[in-house]
Design a protein around this ligand. Sequence first.
Ligand SMILES: [Zn+2]
Length: 52
Amino acid sequence: MAARQTCGQCGRRFYICLSKKLGCCLECFDGTPVDPGGYITPLASGTHRAAA
Ligand SMILES: [Zn+2]
């Protein structure tokens, strides 16, 4: 179930189910900006200030 809500490109998890055919969110597919409140940003990626 979670796999259908997680974008295979950017790794963000959405509250809605993504298109199974696309396998990614609309933003990765055609550049359509998605609602920032519509997904959970993974904490593990991005900045790595834990290195210090
Ligand atoms: Zn995406």
